[in-house]
Design a protein around this ligand. Structure first.
Ligand code: ATP
Length: 299
């Protein structure tokens, strides 16, 4: 596996901390690392059909009683704007603030200073149900809940029909392996969990996200070692999943960075480089160095 940074992690279980499946999540809330720490707005603003434009305006953030770990206000661009539909890869060494930025977008936390806005609406003012529908985060520990494969995909849309579930699975290339399971879509993932590989679990979580169809998808790319066909499958699935929505990917693979419209290189809580992959390679900065080292490692 071509990891951009750091060692390969062997992630045996995947946890999908998936906001739109609130009911299902309650059942497993004990396994969730992070509960939202934010308050519901007193006068919620409705946004029933979000376009998915994100802006960070003078954002600073530190975890409770901690130092500032995200300081976009001090980055070159005080106002960072991600237009609707853009695929943005976040790269940077461990601790740079990538996950923290993602968590602010999913509103696990509110900024200490400044604001994060969706289509111009401060996330703090947005009706929680609309926020959960519009912004979905898939973490690298994508988790399969007890229940069938179909149940697991349907978490993305609890009232989904079986046709919709299958269509979502097809869209991300998950249907072939699902059909090959002992009971197909009715296979109990826990009982036969051993038959579902890490890559396949990731595809199921992609199908779930595809079905949820959020305007903004935040993806913490698995660093798990996927066998090669799965990795290629996952890349194809990603392309389908990212189309027609804003995407923020915490990227660990060169192949993923390559499909991004834009790369933000983070260091010490700041964005130190911002451009297309091609621009950043040409500019000869940090990303260019990482890219070259990566290519060498593949040679
Ligand atoms: P990685 O690639 O390792 O996931 P990252 O770029 O995503 O790193 P963050 O996880 O955003 O970095 O962490 C940024 C800083 O915030 C780090 O110094 C980290 O130790 C700290 N941090 C992260 N989560 C918490 C938390 N829940 N409480 C306190 N500090 C935290």
């Amino acid at each position: 596996v071509r990891n951009f940074f750091g060692p390969i992690e062997d992630v045996a279980m995947f946890l999908n901390s998936y906001q739109s499946a609130a009911a299902a999540l309650e059942k497993v809330s004990g396994v969730l690392e992070e509960e939202p720490t934010v308050r519901d707005p007193a006068a919620p603003v409705r946004l029933s059909a979000a376009r998915g434009a994100l802006s960070f305006e003078g954002v600073r953030f530190g975890y409770a009683n901690g130092r500032t770990v995200l300081d976009l206000a001090e980055s070159g661009q005080r106002d960072l704007v991600l237009p609707a539909g853009q695929t943005v890869a976040l790269v940077g060494t461990t601790g740079a603030g990538k996950s923290t930025l993602a968590k602010l977008v999913a509103r696990f936390y509110d900024p200490s200073e400044g604001r994060v806005a969706l289509d111009g609406v401060d996330l703090r003012d947005l009706a929680p149900a609309d926020l959960r529908r519009a912004i979905v985060m898939v973490t690298q520990e994508a988790y399969l809940f007890s229940g069938t494969v179909a149940d697991n995909i349907a978490l993305g849309k609890p009232d989904a029909t079986s046709d919709e579930i299958r269509a979502a699975a097809r869209a991300v290339g998950a249907d072939a392996f699902i059909e090959s399971l002992p009971d197909g879509y009715a296979t109990d993932v826990n009982k036969r969990g051993g038959r579902v590989s890490a890559g396949q679990r990731q595809l199921i979580s992609f199908a779930r996200a595809f079905l949820a169809d959020p305007a903004v998808l935040i993806l913490d790319e698995a660093t798990a070692s996927l066998d090669l066909p799965s990795e290629r499958q996952v890349q194809d699935a990603l392309q389908r999943l990212l189309a027609d929505r804003t995407a923020i990917i915490i990227a660990h693979r060169l192949s993923t960075v390559a499909i991004a419209d834009r790369v933000l290189v983070m260091e010490h809580g700041r964005v130190i480089e911002d451009g297309t992959p091609g621009e950043l390679i040409a500019s000869g900065g940090k990303f260019a160095g990482l890219h070259a080292a990566w290519e060498d490692s593949l040679a």
